[in-house]
Design a protein around this ligand. Structure first.
Ligand code: SAH
Length: 223
């Protein structure tokens, strides 16, 4: 497991994080790589200091700009969904919706290279600073509209969308490698279906993993 640089960022106790991991395990998260990573990444540095005491609860929390850091259970379930069950991990992963950067840090620990896209410049900047403080180096950041993917670095071995989409963006599907997985909350209403799609030649295999609520995937960029 990677050693994070935790100097000067007020590390909460390992025990607090282990309790969260215990709860995730009880809820059915089974991949030890994911559980170990959740135990290792300090979630409290991804929220405002005033909320840090709630960082190891299994809930979404506000991060400003009307956005939220995802609930740990969903971070774990979505991460598990893009790691293949046979112990292999995708190399190049596109994340759409950097937000706080917490999910980014989890992915960066488990895969070779993460490409992350966020439409709100202020959030992207803070996420970049947090990951730098943690000593995470295998992440490229893009202030852009994730509906367009990030063609320059495609094809991707896996794609994770961490905002609720009304439909699956075509550009993102086009930028996936053969055999790649896409995990995305998608649907018309407020409650989305968390779907996993696998690209296989021109065909797509689709499964529904859960029903979830997410902040919406919107168009365009903002400061
Ligand atoms: N994984 C993040 C989740 C943040 S919430 C975390 O745990 O912190 C979803 C994020 O998606 C928000 O930051 C929102 O600004 C971003 N988002 C919404 N639409 C987007 C788009 N079209 N392109 C890129 N990011 C988008």
């Amino acid at each position: 497991m990677k050693d994070f640089n935790l100097q000067g960022i007020g590390m909460t106790s390992r025990r607090t994080r282990d309790r969260l991991v215990g709860r995730l395990r009880d809820q059915g998260i089974a991949d030890e790589r994911v559980l170990d990573t959740i135990a290792a990444v300090p979630r409290h540095i991804f929220v405002d200091e005033a909320l840090a005491h709630r960082a190891y609860e299994d809930s979404a929390l506000p991060i400003g700009h009307g956005q939220t850091i995802s609930q740990p259970y969903l971070v774990a379930a979505m991460t598990e969904a893009i790691l293949s069950g046979d112990g292999g991990a995708p190399c190049r992963v596109l994340e759409i919706g950097t937000g706080s950067g917490y999910q980014t840090a989890i992915l960066a620990t488990l895969v070779e290279q993460v490409y992350t896209v966020e439409r709100i410049g202020g959030l992207l900047q803070r996420a970049r600073e947090r990951l730098r403080a943690l000593g995470v180096r295998n992440v490229r950041f893009n202030h852009g509209d994730g509906n367009l993917g990030w063609s320059e670095h495609s094809p991707f071995d896996a794609v994770m969308v961490t905002a609720g989409a009304s439909h699956i963006p075509d550009a993102v599907m086009d930028q996936m490698a053969d055999g790649a997985h896409l995990v995305i909350p998608v649907g018309k209403g407020d409650v989305k279906e968390l779907k996993r799609l696998r690209k296989s030649g021109d065909a797509w295999r689709q499964e529904t993993l859960d029903e979830v609520r997410f902040v919406p995937l919107v168009r365009g960029i903002a400061r």
